[in-house]
Design a protein around this ligand. Structure first.
Ligand SMILES: *Cc1c(COP(=O)(O)O)cnc(C)c1O
Length: 393
């Protein structure tokens, strides 16, 4: 299609490949493989293929390719590789590029499964991982050394919403030739400026804002054509983390409305965070869009919006937090985010239960902490729901 299109146009049209029937909506190519007209054609296709020549759905599929093209176009990368889940994307990107003896520096505040991949899986294969406080540039500076192969970070961390100075970290990493790998879920593909700021590889769990309706798992790795086709594809096509064509179709359709959804959800998150601020039942409200947020200025400089998730700490600890959660009538208790439904999560006992207490304390995952992924309901109803829930404490 065309590079001159703006994001919302790309989200609707980019990557569409119509069949001879001229269907309006993207077709679901629900097929594991492809028929070759002749034995010679089969041989030619295995030798080296053009962009629209498919062999087997573990390697590529037209519906999946449409999704890859659409996300790469809005992320501003040359190419993308879609995966079965966000974790298949994170583990696939890292396993594809690293080998025994390599050194990786990562921010400590990570999604639980990302931490598992770094601390348990990579360590088992002889990769040395140094974890740092992601908000402290000096900590990155002292951990990154000659020969560091990659840095890994969540640009906005889960669940305490720390914002990492991406340009600062990228500069330190690039000085030693390290690849900057960013898990950009909380920043969202809508507000992201990760590539402009120096990210080499940007990863999304498509399960979140890209689907946006809590239906399907998916993930994607965005990067240069060389990295995606030369490093990622050979690893993923042989190890089997392929995205289903049906889920790719869900993601394509999710993207059509993603810009509108994410902007509306972020505006609502900002209004809710503002309304909750100063409530006597809360010890603190965390949202990068609040001027009081410690990295508010960095967030404003590196994102065009502040995201759809906020967190707050109930003053009365876990018992009070549970009473509030159980009194919610609009928001549901679950653990996804980026959904059209507002979702409340108690990280200390669910998503981050596995972490030892000292790690939880280090990351600010206190017994009173609640994460709120703001959905598409009316903001007034959501604020009333939260006020009612806090009243039940
Ligand atoms: C959800 C999430 C993942 C994992 O994605 P799945 O699709 O659940 O595998 C990774 N990183 C972050 C920041 C996430 O929020």
């Amino acid at each position: 299609m065309t590079d001159s299109w703006n994001t919302r146009t790309k989200l609707v049209h980019q990557g569409a490949r119509r069949s001879q029937y001229g269907e309006v909506a993207e077709a679901i190519y629900m097929t594991q493989g492809f028929v070759y007209p002749t034995a010679e054609a089969a041989e030619a296709r295995f030798l080296g293929t053009g962009p629209d020549e498919f062999i087997y759905a573990r390697y590529g599929n037209p519906t999946v390719a449409a999704f890859e093209e659409r996300i790469a176009a809005i992320e501003g990368t040359e190419d993308a590789f879609a995966t079965a889940s966000g974790m298949a994307a994170v583990s696939g990107a890292l396993m594809a590029m690293l080998r025994a003896g390599d050194h990786v520096v990562a921010a400590r505040a990570l999604f639980g499964s990302c931490l598992y991949v770094l601390e348990n899986v990579l360590a088992r294969y002889g990769v040395e991982v140094t974890l740092v406080d992601g908000t402290d540039l000096d900590a990155w500076r002292s951990a990154i050394r000659d020969g560091t192969k990659a840095v890994f970070l969540e640009s906005v961390s889960n669940p305490t919403l720390e914002v990492i100075d991406l340009a600062g970290v990228a500069k330190l990493a690039h000085a030693v030739g390290a690849t900057v790998v960013v898990d950009n879920v909380f920043a969202t593909p809508v507000f992201s400026r990760a590539v402009e700021l120096g990210a080499d590889v940007v990863i999304y769990s498509a399960t979140k804002h890209i689907d946006g309706q809590g239906r399907a798992l998916g993930g994607v790795i965005c990067g240069t054509r060389d990295f995606i086709r030369g490093t990622v594809e050979p690893y993923l096509k042989h190890t089997g983390g392929a995205l289903s064509p049906f889920n790719a179709w869900i993601m394509l359709n999710g993207m059509v409305t993603m810009d509108l959804r994410v902007r509306a959800q972020a505006a609502s998150a900002q209004a809710i965070a503002t309304a909750l601020q100063g409530d006597a039942r809360l010890a603190r409200v965390i949202y990068p869009g609040l001027p009081e947020h410690p990295q508010h200025a960095i967030a404003a400089a590196q994102m065009s919006g502040f995201g759809t998730v906020l967190s707050f700490e109930v003053a009365g600890g876990q018992a009070a937090a549970f009473r509030a959660l159980n009194a919610l009538r609009v928001a549901v208790i679950s653990n996804n985010l980026g959904d059209a439904r507002t979702i409340a999560t108690h990280p200390a006992t669910t998503t981050h239960q596995r972490l030892p207490d000292d790690q939880k304390a280090l990351l600010g995952i206190t017994p009173g902490l609640v994460r709120l992924s703001v959905g598409l309901e009316d903001t007034v109803d959501l604020i009333a729901d939260l006020r009612g829930a806090l009243g039940a404490i």
